[in-house]
Design a protein around this ligand. Structure first.
Ligand code: ATR
Length: 278
């Protein structure tokens, strides 16, 4: 996806995956800085640790409490203006700093509004999961002004903690722990249940049948159809995987590194081809 976007923009860059042990994350970020990398993406389990390891946190990383994108910036020795490394030619004497961003949170909203096409403002949403992804989704949905948010998690106390945080940060948004008593527009899965084909469903369909929701969005994108997506389809819901979320967090990261609009269509087709072979 990133290499397709980079090619479409005509840039002579490459995007590579590195497997970094959590104990070596700081060394890896410092190494990338020393080698004048333009930027990095981080994934599980690095997104929280990186908050302590970058020189500057962008507002997005501060607001959502995780870093999934780093941009390296430089200023010539004695200068005052920091510029993205992508804008700097040559190898002048310069200081380099790392800036941490979060592009995951906005990608959640963008993807849900695109497909299944739900206007989140005012919508009733049942959110499953209160781990890292669930917390970010809950806070971002609250920031979007959902009409009512229901939080369900296997470990109930974690859902209660997230509800408490929403109560403090977004007091205007009604949030409850537990299943709704009536229909919702969206069931959003932010648990990891479904990554494996014989995982249990992330919700109890006896307590809350999927016929009560118009749409099911599963943040998981592989396998292409999770047990939840299958159950949602059988119940007549509109069903969407998390591939759009993956696309939009990546497209926004490319914009942060390049300062240019991301070629989303080219990135989407490369992503679909690589993940699903279609
Ligand atoms: P991530 O960063 O992907 O959110 P995480 O923080 O480990 O990962 O969170 C995983 C989430 O999936 C949690 O909400 C977890 O529930 P618990 O808080 O009870 O652990 C949920 N989860 C994982 N396996 C599950 C399963 N088999 N059934 C239901 N929920 C599950």
């Amino acid at each position: 996806m990133q290499n397709a976007g980079i090619a479409e923009l005509g840039l002579n860059w490459g995007y590579l995956a590195f497997d970094v042990h959590p104990d070596l994350l700081r060394a890896a970020i410092d190494g990338a800085r020393a080698m004048k990398f333009i930027g990095l993406n981080l994934t599980v389990p690095h997104k929280l640790m990186a908050l302590q390891m970058v020189d500057v946190l962008d507002e997005s990383a501060r607001t959502w409490g995780a870093v999934n994108t780093i941009r390296f910036e430089a200023r010539v020795a004695g200068g005052t203006v920091w510029q993205p490394l992508s804008e700097i030619e040559g190898y002048a004497e310069m200081e380099v700093r790392s800036v941490g961003f979060n592009t995951d949170a906005d990608a959640i909203v963008k993807s849900i509004e695109e497909d299944p096409g739900i206007k989140l403002r005012g919508a009733r949403v049942l959110l499953l999961g209160a781990g890292g992804a669930g917390r970010t989704a809950a806070l971002r949905l609250a920031a979007e002004g959902v009409g009512e948010l229901f939080l369900v998690n296997r470990t109930v106390s974690k859902a209660a903690d997230v509800a408490g945080e929403i109560g403090k940060r977004f007091p205007g948004v009604p949030v409850r722990v537990g299943y709704p008593s009536g229909p919702v527009e969206l069931v959003l899965n932010a648990t990891s249940a479904g990554l494996k084909l014989n995982d249990p469903l992330p919700l109890d369909v006896a307590a809350y049948p999927l016929s009560q929701t118009a749409a099911v969005y599963d943040m998981i994108y592989r396998p292409a159809e999770t047990p939840l997506m299958k159950a949602g389809r059988a119940a007549g819901c509109r069903v969407t995987s998390g591939i759009g979320m993956l696309l939009h967090q990546g497209a926004h990261a490319l914009e942060i590194w390049t300062g240019r609009k991301a070629p989303v269509a080219a990135m989407r087709s490369a992503l679909l081809k690589n993940v699903y072979g279609t």
